[in-house]
Design a protein around this ligand. Sequence first.
Ligand SMILES: Nc1ncnc2c1ncn2[C@@H]1O[C@H](COP(=O)(O)OS(=O)(=O)O)[C@@H](OP(=O)(O)O)[C@H]1O
Ligand SMILES: Nc1ncnc2c1ncn2[C@@H]1O[C@H](COP(=O)(O)OP(=O)(O)O)[C@@H](O)[C@H]1O
Length: 173
Amino acid sequence: MFITGLSGSGKSTLAKVLYVRFMEMRARSVSLLDGDIVRKNLSSELNFSRDHRNLNVHRIGFVASEITKNRGIVICAPIAPYGQSRHTVREMILPYGGFIEVFMSTPLEICEQRDRKGIYAKARAGIMKGVTGIDDPYETPQSPELSIDTNQLTPTEAAQEIFLFLEEQGYIR
Ligand SMILES: Nc1ncnc2c1ncn2[C@@H]1O[C@H](COP(=O)(O)OS(=O)(=O)O)[C@@H](OP(=O)(O)O)[C@H]1O
Ligand SMILES: Nc1ncnc2c1ncn2[C@@H]1O[C@H](COP(=O)(O)OP(=O)(O)O)[C@@H](O)[C@H]1O
């Protein structure tokens, strides 16, 4: 499961709800590669340039592919702003298992209102450069398996929609 979207779009919140629900199923091991956690533990030397973002996402893809190879469930939740790198991750996973891209389509203005980390305010004030959605690109996914707008759905409803999809596709019973 690869959750992509702007900062504040609800990636971590959804990822955590899914993580708990998968754990409760007690069927397979469950791993969570949240953007912040990966940045701290795996990509601490990287910045937010295009090359470094792509390298960060590639590392996530590699770890996720190893987990998938070993029959684990893995939930990834980086911004992953570039379509090409998301596609690369898809190609890395598919030989070993299913790949589900979830696009958090929460509008930028809502993410900006939330601004839990204050990055949008800093970007608007010109204090911070290269913030995704403001002066750095976010390439909207063209054919994600699912789109979730957290302005319309609570975290529980969003998770429910994903589990319905997994049932329909035969991933879970
Ligand atoms: N310039 C810039 N642009 C966007 N975001 C920034 C930036 N600098 C720091 N942050 C904070 O870093 C979090 C995103 O890191 P990611 O590793 O998920 O990004 S990426 O996939 O490598 O593009 C992201 O956290 P989330 O809010 O959890 O998405 C931001 O709070
Ligand atoms: N479905 C939702 N409905 C309402 N608010 C949400 C929802 N999901 C997340 N939020 C709120 O939005 C903010 C950002 O969520 P977060 O999961 O940290 O986003 P991201 O990981 O994409 O940066 C948090 O304050 C969170 O409580």
